[in-house]
Design a protein around this ligand. Structure first.
Ligand SMILES: [Zn+2]
Length: 479
């Protein structure tokens, strides 16, 4: 996601199986059939999940993350209230109607509104799989957010129960108003969405077929080897497309004089990052203008760009940032709740790399100098106000006390860390580190420790002390 720091803005205003180590890992799959009713703002869905136990442990339960319930209360910090809720407070949720395993109803419980735990009828042994049927209704809030309906678009980010990652236990993330509290595995998706024919749909995956009868359209979509699935509906969308090395780049927009320019930019970004880090392996990428209270948001094959951004320079910056997430989040995954810095720092630094190579009036040195100035000011102001400033990057989302603290420590400082590492290693080694890390963890989940190991191997330098001193907040950053 791209956020703006309100207190201290950045200068610019702010194949079906995975093969690893010779071992095949079967992917879990989601089959979702759903229908959106724009009058009641509800999505009714039948979801079948084929869950594969890829662990060495025998499981007696399976857990899912229920993000839609984060809208049961005000979902943003005070600074974003007006942008998020232009018509006043509004609430949404997910109502689990039934869960079945085969023909039998399964017992389940919901913890803190966030975690759905389903008790299995029989133990699930390693390498076995199980089919779980979940019926649910999602009620959308009137909110300009990942999930919700607004004036221009209806956003379906994180709308369905998604499997928690299993790592010697299911990882149970919490909701957070700062950052993206998500963590998931690569999976296969088949999704069928029915909606009023007045809408145009943008989605993750590849559209197979669309049929319209009686003013309703049903679209079938397949998403292979993707980490999440998202779609957006709008009766205002226009769409323009271009092709870059076999990837179809689509820009969905409304009220936009610069649409062609943004499409060209998006093509340049896909081409540049494919060349710098490794190929973008999917057929489609959708850049989608949405009513969204932050700058933008990333999903596999689809990014939101906020229609609240009024100047072209910031709009371009956010397009580059969100598309960089296709490499750092979508293909190389991580626990974004526990280690937000991992994908956000690399994404923000990748954005600087793009502008270093393409002349859009923002040069690399200006970005780095701007980040130094912004970060130094943040430390000064915080130290003045609180007498101390926690500069650590490696905190979970709930451990950041304020929005500026989160943005400065994760995004701004992250840019400085990678700039410093690049100057230390030299360009050849630095870019080899990025390419090797991408290749090693593409379609997998990385972690901070794995990044340090990978970079150390690639650079033939022990980078543990170097990187940890940035993460722990021990590096002193001057003006
Ligand atoms: Zn981001």
């Amino acid at each position: 996601m791209k956020k703006y720091a309100f207190l201290l803005a950045l200068v610019f205003v702010i194949p079906l199986c995975l093969v690893g180590c010779g071992q095949e890992v079967k992917l879990s799959s989601y089959n979702i059939v759903c229908e959106y009713d724009e009058n009641t703002h509800t999505l009714k869905a039948e979801q079948t999940v084929c869950y594969v136990n890829n662990s060495d442990n025998t499981l007696n339960e399976v857990c899912f993350f229920l993000y839609p319930n984060s809208f049961k209360e005000v979902a943003v910090s005070n600074a974003y209230l007006e942008r998020a809720y232009p018509n006043g407070e509004s609430f949404g949720e997910i109502d689990i109607e039934s869960i079945k395993i085969g023909e039998t109803s399964a017992e389940f419980e919901i913890e803190n509104d966030a975690i759905l735990t389903i008790s299995l009828l029989n133990s699930l042994f390693p390498n076995e799989s199980i089919e779980i049927d979940i019926s649910y209704v999602v009620t959308l809030a009137n909110i300009n957010h990942r999930l919700g309906y607004g004036e221009n678009t209806i956003n379906f980010g994180n709308f369905y129960p998604i499997l928690c990652v299993y790592d010697n236990g299911f990882i149970k993330n919490s909701f957070a108003s700062n950052g993206d509290p998500f963590y998931s595995e690569i999976a296969n998706y088949n999704v069928e969405i029915t909606y009023s024919s007045s809408f145009t749909l943008a989605s993750s995956g590849d559209i197979l077929d669309s049929q319209t009868t009686n003013s309703k359209t049903t679209t079938k979509i397949v998403g292979e080897k993707i980490r999440d699935f998202c779609f957006v509906l709008s009766d205002k969308f226009e769409v323009i497309s271009s092709d870059i090395y076999g990837v179809k780049v689509n820009y969905y927009y409304y009220d936009d004089e610069n649409a062609e320019d943004y499409l060209t930019l998006s093509c340049e970004v896909i081409e540049e990052f494919s060349s710098l880090f490794g190929d973008y392996p999917y057929k489609n990428i959708n850049v989608v203008k949405t009513n969204f209270c932050f700058g933008g948001m990333e999903y596999p094959n689809l990014v939101y760009i906020s229609d609240k951004i009024s100047d072209a320079e910031t709009y371009r910056y956010v397009i580059v940032h969100e598309l960089a997430h296709q490499w750092w989040y979508s293909l190389v995954g991580n626990n974004e709740y526990e280690e937000a810095w991992l994908d956000e720092s690399l994404t923000e630094y990748s954005t600087a790399l793009f502008f270093e190579r393409h002349d859009y009036g923002l040069n690399y040195d200006e970005i780095i100098n701007g980040a130094y100035n912004t970060y130094s000011m943040f430390v000064d102001v915080y130290t003045n106000i609180t007498g101390d400033c926690d500069e650590s990057m490696n905190r979970n989302l709930s451990e950041f006390q304020t929005e500026p603290e989160y943005v400065n420590c994760v995004y701004t400082k992250g840019v400085l860390m990678y700039d410093s590492l690049r100057k230390t290693l030299g360009d050849n080694k630095f870019f080899k580190c990025l390419q090797d890390y991408f290749e090693e963890y593409c379609y997998k989940n990385a972690s901070g420790a794995k990044l340090i190991d990978s970079f150390s191997k690639s650079s033939h330098r022990n980078l543990e002390g170097f990187i940890n001193s940035w993460l722990d907040g021990n590096v002193v950053i001057g003006d």
